[in-house]
Ligand binder design. Sequence first.
Ligand code: FAD
Length: 418
Amino acid sequence: MRLHVGVPLWVNQDSASKRRRYPALRGATAADVAVIGGGMTGAGIAYVFAEAGVNVVVLESKHVGGGSTAASTALLMQETDEDLRALDKRYGRARAERIWHLGRTGVRDLVATMRQLRVPCDLAMRDSVHFTTDQRRVDDLHAEYRRRRDAGLATMWLDASSLRAGTGIDGEGAIRTRGNAQVDPHRGCIGLLRAAARRRARIFERSAAHRIDASGEGVVIHTRGGIVSAGRVIIATGYATPAFAPLVGRFQMKHTYVLATRPLRAHERRAVGLGDVLLLDTREPYHYARWTGDRRLLLGGEDRPVLPPSRRRHAFTVSRARLRDYYVKLLPALHEIDIEYAWEGLFARTADGLPFIGPHRRYPRHLFALGYGGNGMTFGFLAARLLLDTFLERGNEEDLELFAFGRFRKKAISCRSR
Ligand SMILES: Cc1cc2nc3c(=O)[nH]c(=O)nc-3n(C[C@H](O)[C@H](O)[C@H](O)COP(=O)(O)OP(=O)(O)OC[C@H]3O[C@@H](n4cnc5c(N)ncnc54)[C@H](O)[C@@H]3O)c2cc1C
């Protein structure tokens, strides 16, 4: 499946000629761990494992960072796709809070790692503002705020006038949460892979894994030009590809749309009125916006279930017009501002909006890190840490259970409180 349509801003700005290309795999090689997929998740896994001294090979079917990662708007959010209250209802208080705590840890960890490695990727800390313009939703949003506050999250309530002052939006109220961030996902991914390569990870592009044979001792992965023998394979392909047919039904594929304006001058930014925050509404499907390092406004949303390829282009045209209309109503000064980029990307959502991280009983010697919904930057990196713990047998079963394939079957699972 094509993972995006239209040229995302990041790909255009970080032209292929400026970055190192990795070779295709030729012949036979061996590793402790083979990672399938060279997006943000595969990059995080390659770095974290190589940093721990594990011998890693990454196989990417096309070019690294060119899948959903290239299309991402890369808000690094501790907030999960489902609110804390919704996760409470599903899994109980302790598990829901633990999941949110892990989200916060994931953002902190990714930010600290990028900073320590000095990855040039426009990384910046940002508060999120989750707002509503609908009077009927205010009580619910306020209840969510109280739930987050009681869980110890760094959050505050914005009434209509504070919302207006901070965002330029005429709304009813909002939750402002500290500790989130934003990044250029393409450069972030390339930077993590470079850091992994400096720690002896071997990365291969144009090397699709066509077949994986697993036995008690390990796996043998076949590409067109070579084979990798490894103790374990980690599947970081974003969602279950047809090679994992029994798992495909676990994922709902969605199209999502993004616009990027031209860079705005200071007086234009003042007229728009939106501060340096990550903006999200409470609609279904939701909308979100943020500034880029070069002062463009990224406007995203209008998700819809996956369409047949023949209808994808038309849906792209319709959805980007809808997206623009929505934002012009919300922030009227955008009426004057040209849109320079528009693109559409695919992402995979699970039934509870949380990823699948860990083993699956059908697939020996495999580990998976798939299906992040709108939260792959944060949870992809968290997956890298959790999977390293698993690989090194460092006993993180309670956290892994939160993201296990079997979690929908288990009603009551114990969870340590924070
Ligand atoms: C428009 C858009 C906006 C988004 N915004 C956000 C956001 O603001 N914040 C956030 O956290 N997340 C966001 N997401 C989600 C996030 O971008 C993804 O969850 C994340 O990029 C997934 O990274 P990945 O490495 O798992 O997958 P990908 O980046 O898709 O990488 C998977 C790679 O696997 C490769 N591959 C597939 N099959 C094989 C094979 N057989 N052999 C070898 N390689 C293979 C593919 O070529 C691909 O490069 C957004 C997604 C989209 C589309």
